[in-house]
Design a binder for this molecule. Structure first.
Ligand code: SF4
Ligand code: SF4
Length: 360
């Protein structure tokens, strides 16, 4: 296993982290806890969950696993998150998390799921950020981080004035151009940088032909390639993978074992290949941000990617939970086609709008 420094905290965490949102049997605490022990024995020491994963069950599994993890004699970290909109809500979430996870303090406590700059400002005005800092001063959280779906540019703006020890964000071959600037801003600030959804919610692994461009070596699996691509950026501390079964853990550990960083030339080639191989997909570059009706076209096209790659995705859910956008914003579209003219991929955006409306 490779371990990397989490920003300036002095903590070293595994380059693959355990995401507690995909347990296959969340009702079976013994089986789920055993998976966590297996992960720790394989070198994974960073375990991430959130208040709402499986309606609190994920944190309870962490609580159930804790004593067994301690028996291994290995160090490990628990990370959890609160998306409460005011200070009182943060405190309530914290108390629930401590109780469910059976810990006296949380190693990494994240301001969770910041969707827009306005969302951040409103939480800050309601005392959320101050409450997180207070919780750290009280010793109930060792480190404070932020987890966000903001664009790269918005993240850079936010970090100009706001300080966090780390940041957790979704970044993969699917949304690479959309977040790249935010990743760079976090690296420049020497923050801990934990990547959610490194496999694009499974889309990358399930669509090897579409994503073949991320493979640089014949013997790489898709999991290997997705992880190697991310970890080639030395500023990325850890890639969080949601594990359902022990085999998923072994595949991720094997990706670390076979890790050979991509060279700067390979990364540059990969970026070019995104343009070529990703012809029918939105690369989330954001150049369509020209809509006179303020429709966030890129959010709809990014959601279209996911809906097309995975039948289980609902466009409306993707839009709501990742982008704080409602599907019916499309009703404002006047069909002026300015977005299509601006699109670097020349995508049939209006046609895709219709498909999204039908898919719901
Ligand atoms: S076609 Fe619709 S979404 Fe595109 S720029 Fe015009 S109004 Fe906006
Ligand atoms: S310009 Fe085209 S490829 Fe870029 S984000 Fe907009 S829809 Fe996607």
């Amino acid at each position: 296993m490779i371990y990397r420094e989490y920003g300036e905290t002095g903590e070293k965490i595994s380059a693959v982290g355990f995401g507690g949102m995909r347990f296959e049997k969340p009702h079976d605490y013994d089986v789920s806890a055993e998976m966590m022990v297996h992960a720790l024995k394989r070198g994974i020491n960073y375990f991430d969950t959130a208040t709402f994963y499986f309606k609190g069950k994920s944190e309870e599994i962490f609580g159930h696993a804790r004593a067994e993890l301690e028996k291994t004699g290995k160090d490990f970290y628990y990370s959890t998150k609160s998306m409460a909109k005011d200070a009182e809500g943060v405190r309530i979430d914290l108390e629930h998390s401590l109780k469910r996870m059976k810990v006296d303090y949380i190693d990494f406590f994240n301001v969770w799921c910041v969707l827009t700059p306005e969302d951040y400002s409103s939480r800050k005005a309601a005392g959320v950020i101050d409450e997180f800092r207070k919780i750290k001063e009280e010793g109930l959280a060792k480190h404070i981080s932020i987890s966000t779906h903001l664009s790269g540019r918005e993240i850079r703006e936010l970090l100009k004035t706001e300080y966090f020890e780390g940041i957790t964000l979704g970044y993969s071959a699917i949304n690479f151009p959309f977040r790249e600037e935010g990743v760079a801003a976090a690296v420049e600030k020497n923050m801990g940088l934990v990547i959610m959804n490194p496999l694009g919610g499974g889309s990358i692994v399930n669509n090897p032909d579409e994503f073949s461009f991320i493979k640089m070596h014949e013997d790489q699996t898709m999991v290997d390639a997705a992880v190697h691509f991310l970890l080639s950026n030395k500023g990325i501390t850890s890639a969080l993978v949601g594990f359902g079964r022990k085999e998923h853990i072994d595949a991720a550990v094997s990706a670390i074992d076979s890790f050979k960083p991509y060279t700067a030339q390979e990364v540059a080639d990969l970026k070019l290949r995104i343009e070529d191989d990703f012809q029918s997909m939105c690369t989330t570059c954001g150049y369509c941000n020209v809509c006179p009706e303020d429709i966030p076209v890129w959010a709809f096209m990014e959601s279209y990617n996911h809906v097309m790659l995975d039948d289980s995705y609902k466009a409306a859910d993707r839009l709501k939970w990742h982008w704080a956008v409602k599907l019916n914003e499309l009703d404002k579209c006047t069909a002026c086609r300015q977005c299509e003219e601006a699109c670097t991929q020349h995508l049939p955006i209006l046609e895709r709008f219709e498909i999204l409306k039908r898919r719901g």
